[in-house]
Design a protein around this ligand. Sequence first.
Ligand code: ADP
Length: 376
Amino acid sequence: MQEALGHWKRFAALATVWLNRYQSDPFFRTEINVIALQISFGLVILGLVGISFTLLYRDITTAIVEGIRASTAGSSPEILANAIVGKLQQIRSANMFTIAGAVVLTTVLFGWIVARLTLAPARNALASQKQFIGNIAHEIRTPLSVIKTNTEVTLLDQNLTAELKQTLHSNIEELDRISDIINNLLSLSALVRPDRIEFTTIDLTNVVTETVEKYSPLAKKNEIEITLRKSPEQKVWGSKTALQQIIGNILKNALTYTPRQGHVTVTVEPTTEGIALMVEDSGIGIARKDLFRIFEPFYRSDQSRTRNTGGSGLGLAIVSELVKLHQGKIVIRSAVGRGTTVAVYFPAARRHAEVGGKELREGQNEIAVDFSSRQR
Ligand code: ADP
């Protein structure tokens, strides 16, 4: 009795430890849930097999009994056997399909549940990571702007040597670069709460025109000619700030990755796939292996890293999240050394029939990320 009580106490203590771990450790919880699911899967399959055997047994006995009953007194055992075999074959085909269908359906259903369960901690970790990045970025922003202001104030001092002035100017440039990264990180983390972004009807042509004007000093500095081709009044359902950021990030890339004397053409036009915003440059292009990864946060091609363009690899990650929120689609075509075209299609209330997709030219690669059919 005493011994049984001891065993029971040890078991209860162990169960409490496991229960606590189950509640506090998401990975342990997933492991246990997946094991439990696999056991239930096994039980369901066993149940299916059991039911199939019972039904088969019933059908077979019925077939034999009916076969014997139906045979006339004078019929030979061979005729009787053939009748029963024919009936049994019918039963076998009908049952095979039902059992196979049930097993396949159950396997798919359990597979789907297991996949969702296993991915849940990873999804949550990603969301907390974005939140964490956002919090840090928020904390760094204020001291950064204080350092920048102090540096600017110090620069006003007439007694500074030319060398020191140069150093302070380059400090300010670097601080601006960090500020850019911080702002991008904040945008990315703000996308964890997309419900806070306000949507209205917006004239895309207007936003594009304003953004192109905003970036014309950079184009001038980099000696790149921008051509704007626009159709008037292209209304889309969206957020003005988000649209400015989409266009700005794409245009900034075109201006950054295009050598001097290059061309960038920005087009807004209605197409069969929605209102299109296209940014075409005559720049360095993107290699096929990079094309599939440029939407990942912090991903930068080797080429752009060696060119020391000062980017953070966050621009297109933000663009893809924002386009997803607008239920749009992004298509990027690029050929190394010849240029890149980034096209974003926004759903419009009014669809236009004429312009179709352009053919791929020799040496060009394409990637399309379509969010149009997904739920917001
Ligand atoms: P970054 O801040 O590095 O520009 P992005 O996320 O905007 O980050 O872009 C990711 C990478 O995609 C860039 O580092 C660059 O390698 C490549 N890329 C984007 N746009 C272009 C373009 N128009 N031409 C060439 N490469 C580009």
